[in-house]
Design a protein around this ligand. Structure first.
Ligand SMILES: NC(=O)c1ccc[n+]([C@@H]2O[C@H](COP(=O)([O-])OP(=O)(O)OC[C@H]3O[C@@H](n4cnc5c(N)ncnc54)[C@H](OP(=O)(O)O)[C@@H]3O)[C@@H](O)[C@H]2O)c1
Length: 324
């Protein structure tokens, strides 16, 4: 018997229930893992609310770190006793112990603690693919990054600064602006007080930016397109304000022959080699000090509903970890 957060039907944070569950032995290609730290991510909110459908009743959560307790047949890249983390696979990370496929697991280097891994693996690998693969930023460029003081946002600010990129970051208040700046954001824009598209034009002397990293979705879509240079790339990678409404493709021509992509970490790490390389690049960035592994908030796992309220209410900054 183990304890886990279980969800029977979509809804608000109250849909999360702390329950006893049975955990069996791992089958072929599976492991049993005892979690020591669990990552909180906005995708957990989309899955809980029903925006991204998941099997119910079932578990929630895609990211955790812990120790391998048992290994099924056919698993070769991890063994019993290994310290590992993952950022993908079927939902169910909000549990003390679980059985899951071995494929998403990466071994943790000695210099990365379990809590740091749970705080950074999903968000840090997301930043890695966004700035090294979706659009490979170059030193001297200026980019627009929304939610700059959030979990993905603070990691992106740090990594982009280390690459010599000027970051214009949007935030909702002064405290978040100060935090984003302390993490490498060059210019902060308080979108609650000023129009961010106008500020981007001012800060770039009218030129606009070659890429926008937009995780806010519905409410920022139009103005984000207006921030782009001709042939610029709109990277729409989240829906914190709701999904982007159907797009008039002619608008992309009118605004300067723009490109749009809607990338997902799952695609960029679907091949085991890509997953291991993306994680290795993140761990290197952490080891070299380009990216700091900081945890801004922790909650007991049983209080995951409170963590969801904080994340959805824009009350969190940086990364949040649930402790089993
Ligand atoms: N595509 C992918 O593979 C991928 C992977 C990881 C994450 N993501 C996306 O990246 C985004 C960031 O994820 P995260 O876990 O690091 O969350 P987060 O950025 O820590 O939290 C969301 C932040 O978004 C901002 N925000 C703006 N409008 C909002 C609204 N209407 N409601 C709530 N928040 C709003 C808030 O910051 P302010 O108070 O400053 O506005 C809030 O703190 C999410 O959209 C997530 O889905 C995508």
């Amino acid at each position: 018997m183990t304890k886990a957060i279980v969800i029977d039907k979509t809804g608000g944070p109250d849909a999360l229930q702390w329950k006893d569950i049975q955990v069996g032995e791992p089958g072929e290609g599976q492991v049993r893992i005892r979690h020591t730290a669990i990552g909180l991510n906005y995708i957990d909110v989309y899955m809980r609310s029903g925006l991204y459908p998941i099997p119910m009743p079932g578990g929630l959560g895609l990211e955790a770190a812990g120790v391998i307790e048992a290994v099924g047949s056919g698993v070769s890249h991890v063994k019993i006793g290994d310290r590992v983390a993952y950022a993908g696979g079927p939902p169910g990370a909000y549990a003390e112990t679980r059985v899951m496929p071995a494929i998403p697991l990466v071994k943790l280097p000695d210099n990365v603690s379990d809590q740091q891994a749970a705080a950074l693996l999903l968000k840090g690998m997301t930043v890695q693919f966004l700035i090294r693969r979706t659009y490979k930023v170059k030193a001297g460029e200026t980019v627009l990054l929304h939610a700059a003081a959030g979990g993905v946002g603070l990691i992106a600010c740090q990594w982009l600064k280390a690459l010599g990129v000027t970051v214009i970051g949007t935030v909702s208040n002064e405290e978040k602006a100060a935090l984003a700046k302390a993490n490498g954001c060059t210019h902060t824009v308080l979108y609650t007080k000023e129009n961010f598209a106008e500020r981007v034009r001012e800060l770039t002397n009218g030129a606009g930016v070659p890429v926008v990293y937009d995780s806010v979705g519905k409410v920022t879509w139009e103005d984000s397109l207006s921030c782009l240079q001709p042939l610029g790339l709109m990277v729409s990678f989240g829906n914190t304000s709701g999904p982007v409404p159907p797009v008039n493709i002619g608008q992309l021509a009118a605004k300067g022959s723009l490109f749009v992509t809607r990338p997902a970490l799952a695609t960029y790490t679907a091949k085991p080699d890509d997953l291991q390389a993306t994680a290795a690049d993140l761990f290197d960035a952490m080891a070299s000090g380009k990216v700091k592994a900081e945890i801004a908030q922790t909650f007991p796992l049983k209080d995951a509903a409170d963590a969801h309220r904080a994340l959805e209410g824009s009350k969190t900054v940086g990364s949040t970890v649930l402790i089993p």
